[in-house]
Design a protein around this ligand. Structure first.
Ligand code: UDP
Ligand code: MG
Length: 313
């Protein structure tokens, strides 16, 4: 059986289109299917549409959150409540073409791979600045963490049950799915596809949100920024030592005319800046620890048509 997880946040325009196209493809597969829609606290008619669909079609399951918890929580809720042997996450805006599913399934059934990830070969419809930051992000995070991220890979992937279990077992509060997929390993096939623009509605991401998401990804999967702080410290100490020798020698050789106010201020400001920067890095990690230790649930369920929903951690 194939399960697809669809996080939906204010997708009233795209949802009926998605449902139509996805069911058409899923019906052609052997072995049954289910669609698990997760309503992530939408303020439009998304939930009503889901209730309608569930009433008409027994393949439609839905979970509805009490407020907007974010796509990561929505995906996690989906993973916790699917039954399929093969599970895929898909966006509701048809940017992840359902037409790829049969091919993905074939690749998995050949037995050589545990998951198939769709990989965009182009970034049409994206601003050059955004693409540039995105490429840099992949470069940096691959260097400093053990989560293997491949540039252009989307959240759209079909995976085997074993992989789903591994994802569910990673119940950390600060979730960064791209990193989690890479971190758990398994053999992944990357299936190239042409980027498509969303069919209806608007994107929920702006540049600033994406930037914060990238920083989160780095903090969640790498300790390198923390050691960067110590390296800065070591470097500054060494530099200070050289300066002390220089100043003492100069004083002994040339006496002590009062000078150096400007350089003093520069040094104070510079060192102050670096100290605050390093404190900031530490602060980022403490914030994560804080949220992690609170052990709050990933999401709060308000409504669902799934029998015996898995309790939230
Ligand atoms: N989404 C969600 N919760 C959010 C934001 C987005 O469930 O807080 C869903 C959204 O409904 C869509 C998917 O995540 O199905 C991807 O969102 P979007 O298309 O806005 O992102 P983009 O494709 O622009 O990166
Ligand atoms: Mg989209």
């Amino acid at each position: 059986m194939v399960s697809i997880i669809v996080p939906c946040y204010n997708e009233q325009e795209a949802l009926p289109l998605f449902y139509k196209e996805a069911s058409a493809v899923l019906q052609t597969l052997e072995g049954g299917y289910e669609m698990v829609f997760v309503n992530d606290g939408s303020s439009d008619r998304t939930l009503e549409i889901l209730r309608d669909l569930a009433g008409q079609d027994e393949h439609v399951l839905y979970l509805s959150f009490s407020r907007n918890f974010g796509k990561e929580s929505a995906m996690y809720a989906g993973f916790c409540n699917v039954h399929g042997d093969y599970v895929a996450v898909m966006d509701a805006d048809l940017q992840h073409p359902p037409a790829l599913l049969p091919e993905m399934l074939n690749i998995l059934e050949s037995g050589e791979y545990d998951s198939v990830a769709a990989r965009r070969t182009s970034r049409t419809g994206e601003s050059p600045v955004r693409s540039w930051f995105s490429r840099k992000f992949y470069k940096i995070i691959n260097k400093i963490s053990d989560a293997d991220l491949v540039d252009g890979v989307t959240d759209f992937r079909l995976m085997k049950r074993s992989m789903v279990e591994a994802i569910v077992a990673m119940d950390e509060y600060n979730r960064f799915s791209k990193g989690i997929f890479g971190w758990i390993g398994f053999r992944t096939y990357f299936l190239p596809y042409e980027n498509v623009e969303r069919v209806a509605g608007t994107t929920k991401w702006n540049f600033w949100k994406l930037f914060k998401y990238a920083v989160d990804g780095i903090v969640n999967f790498s300790q390198v920024p923390l050691s960067l702080a110590s390296w800065f410290g070591i470097f500054m100490t060494f530099f200070a030592f050289v300066m002390i020798v220089f100043i003492v020698v100069r004083k002994l050789l040339f006496g002590d005319p009062v000078a150096g106010w400007a350089s003093l201020i520069c040094v104070i400001i510079f060192v102050g800046g670096i100290q605050l920067f390093c404190l900031g890095i530490i602060g980022q990690y403490i914030a994560k620890i804080y949220m992690e230790t609170k052990g709050r649930p990933h999401y709060i369920l308000a409504e669902s048509n799934i029998q015996n929903v898995r309790p939230v951690r």
